[in-house]
Ligand binder design. Structure first.
Ligand SMILES: [Zn+2]
Length: 243
């Protein structure tokens, strides 16, 4: 499958043709052939917004997991909170993407409380209840813990792996033939993780995706400073930005 918007749109079409129904983590039980679409926003909310719009146009619905502790985006910035609000208004769910490494030294037993705390803060940022969590690069012990978080659904609960066929495009690579699995329609339930970060109008390599993101980051920093430092161009010219 191509890492393009067209490729993703085809995936959505195939899901519908194979009789799968889009479902949330809280709404799959009453569906005959549910597919839970999950997106972890590891780096870039703009890319997530793009995919959210495509899904809406295709009649699909998914859950976007947002890092509160990201070093690359800030859920309280005007732009970011507006984008998250748009994703929500398109009918998608927003969940918490939890990075346990930001709580170094916390025991497994302390994590449910820390997850709830981050979820409360994210709720304030997006103005909607946050009742689902996914883990960002969890250690093995956390995966095996089958963590229960009061009032929240853990997308890493064993149910979403034992009762669903789980497929993921982590690190821009499908480990399994996703198209075939969908077309064969032999799985009763599907749980699909995709990262909007890797999808573009035209297919570009993993290396090019990363380089563009880093280059755009420099530009964004420059234009952000422009709004804060008078006559920035006299200090640094736009063409001095490393792309
Ligand atoms: Zn992640």
């Amino acid at each position: 499958m191509e890492f393009t918007y067209r490729g993703y749109e085809n995936l959505l079409k195939k899901l519908t043709e194979a009789g799968y129904e889009f479902a949330g983590y809280d709404s799959w039980e009453d569906k005959k052939r549910p597919v839970i679409l999950r997106h972890d926003i590891d780096y870039d909310v703009k890319k997530a917004l793009e995919l959210a719009g495509l899904e809406k146009r295709c009649g699909a619905f998914s859950t976007y997991f947002v890092l509160l502790s990201s070093d690359l985006y800030n859920v309280f910035s005007d732009e970011c909170s507006r984008d998250l609000k748009s994703i929500r208004e398109m009918g998608h769910h927003i969940g918490l993407h939890f990075d346990e490494k930001k709580h170094a030294g916390a025991s497994i037993g302390e994590l449910p409380g820390l997850i709830r705390k981050e979820a409360d803060i994210l709720e304030a940022a997006v103005g909607a209840p946050i009742d689902t969590v996914s883990m960002h690069r969890p250690r093995k012990e956390l995966l095996e813990a089958d963590l229960e978080i009061p009032g929240m659904i853990n997308s890493y609960s064993s149910v979403f792996f034992s009762q669903f066929r789980y497929i993921s495009d982590s690190r821009r690579r499908w480990r399994e033939p996703v198209d075939e699995i969908i077309e064969q329609a032999s799985e009763e339930r599907l749980h699909i993780l995709t990262h909007a970060f890797w999808y573009n109008d035209e297919e570009i390599s993993l290396e090019e995706s990363v380089k563009r993101f880093v280059g755009d980051g420099n530009r964004n920093r420059y234009f952000n400073l422009m709004g804060n430092i008078t006559d920035l161009a006299s200090i640094m010219k736009e063409d001095e930005i490393n792309q």
